[in-house]
Design a protein around this ligand. Structure first.
Ligand SMILES: *Cc1c(COP(=O)(O)O)cnc(C)c1O
Length: 449
């Protein structure tokens, strides 16, 4: 792992431009608030956005000259940080060939290369690839695949999905219908969403043994309603935005067995967990499980451009294509965008070229050692680490603005979410940067009332 030159020294302002930088900083905040929506934010935004004007390696440069380590990998995506020479070069090379071309009736080398590579790196048996433009759209496509597969295999009454509570699968309507039904951000839409089946969240934590009663509710739902269920969908091993919960691979393996027994396809949403984040290449690899449909996104392009992928087995593809439409009914304008495909191939090859498992294990150790002191703090109820993901769970919601300011003063960018303060740092973070992230997290937890 290498550090990144300019990254480092926390909340410092350059004295020569201090006034100008401060003015630009405030100007951007003001203009942003007047015009732009931010994720899950009102208009105008309640909290000022932090203006970032450049980034290199794991480090963001703020408009006021301060620097902050991107401890979120910009929402799981920027696993190589910013301006990685290999990824930059892949985009530049593709740009000189073409930026975009429609995928209806046309193909191009960047898409073909990426599809072959994804089939190579994912669990054996996933052979066909749909290149979508975002994670939520990938989930929509996966759901359509399941529904069309049911129709194409003569089981049109199978129109519902079975999932587990505490899940998160995206913000579009189909994806929202399988997000956690109560705690999820989307509960206010529940009356217009298709009604799905929900089992309780996977109970056994990562490393704990699976008991019969852990799986019984899901097993019962599946047995009782299998004639209505087009697919089971879940996030393997790690439930992300639904609570940063790590659960037992035995649970996932048992879900696979139950799906086989009842002839129900399994959709694995690995949009957050893919590409090494949990310590294995994919979350499914912890359990040796091959899903029938697999969704990838986020780190797929190393965070450079928006792209997601849906892989499926030949059996699913045949079922889909045998439905009355004779075709998979989806086709986004920016499907298989060449720039995104080229950088996705470069990022995936870069990962494969490195001793990634050892590197992520080292990050894991740093996070464990660095976050351990938080476990004893009064406002903290749990500290957990899996792969390159570290979580401090507080007993009460974290004050977002105050926590962010405290972290930025320590040169760290993180976004607290409810009772969770968590990090999934770029894989290129140096030991010093990881220490700085965990020390800032512990300081934020110490500041809790
Ligand atoms: C982020 C995420 C999505 C949605 O991806 P977008 O690119 O934000 O649409 C879906 N599923 C999981 C598990 C995610 O983490």
């Amino acid at each position: 792992m290498t550090g990144d030159g300019p990254g480092g020294s926390g909340a410092q302002r350059r004295p020569d431009h201090g006034g100008d930088q401060q003015r630009r900083h405030l100007d951007l905040i003001e203009r942003d608030r007047r015009r732009l929506w931010h994720p899950y934010a009102p208009m105008p935004a309640a909290l000022a956005a932090v203006p970032v004007v450049a980034a290199a390696g794991a480090t963001l440069t703020l408009a006021d000259g301060r620097q902050a380590i991107d401890g979120m990998s910009s929402w799981w995506a920027a696993i190589w940080g910013q301006r990685h020479p290999v990824l930059d070069e892949a985009v530049r090379t593709q740009l000189e060939l073409m930026a975009h071309v429609m995928f209806g009736g046309i193909t191009h080398p960047a898409a073909v290369e990426l599809a072959e590579l994804l089939v190579d790196v994912t669990p054996a048996g996933l052979e066909h690839v749909f290149l979508a433009d975002s994670g939520s759209v990938a989930v929509e496509v996966a759901i359509k695949m399941a529904l069309q597969h049911a129709r194409g295999t003569g089981r049109p009454q199978r129109t519902r999905l079975l999932t587990v509570a505490s899940g998160y699968h995206g913000d579009t309507l189909g994806a929202m219908s399988v997000c956690d039904p109560t705690a999820g951000m989307h509960s206010m839409f529940s009356h217009i969403l298709p009604a799905q089946f929900f089992a309780p969240p996977p109970a056994p934590r990562y490393g704990e043994a699976l008991q019969a009663e852990h799986i019984a509710p899901l097993a019962d739902l599946l047995a009782e309603h299998r004639q209505e269920i087009a697919a089971v969908i879940l996030e393997p091993i790690l439930q992300g935005a639904g609570g940063m919960r790590f659960y037992s691979p035995d649970y996932l393996a048992e879900v696979r067995r139950l799906c086989d027994r009842h002839g129900v396809p399994l959709i694995a949403d690995e949009i957050a967990t893919g590409f090494g984040r949990t310590g294995r290449m994919f979350g499914c690899d912890h359990a040796g499980v091959r899903p029938d449909i697999l969704c990838l996104g986020k780190a797929l392009t190393g965070g450079y451009l928006s792209m997601a992928a849906v892989l499926c087995t030949p059996e699913i593809a045949a079922g889909v294509s045998a439905a009355e439409s004779g075709a998979l009914m989806h086709g986004p304008t920016f499907m298989a965008n060449p720039l995104a495909a080229a950088v996705a191939t470069a990022s995936t090859r870069l990962l494969l070229s490195r001793p990634w498992a050892a590197e992520i294990a080292a990050i894991s150790e740093s996070l464990e050692a660095g976050l351990a002191p938080a476990a004893a703090l009064p406002g903290v109820c749990d500290v957990r680490v899996l792969g390159a993901v570290g979580v401090i769970e507080a007993t009460e919601p974290l004050p977002v603005a105050a926590t962010q300011e405290l972290l930025l003063d320590r040169g760290v960018w993180l976004r607290p979410f409810g009772r969770l303060l968590y990090t999934m740092p770029p894989y290129i973070s140096s030991a010093e940067q990881l220490d700085r992230i965990t020390a800032a997290m512990v300081a934020a937890a110490e500041a809790l009332p």
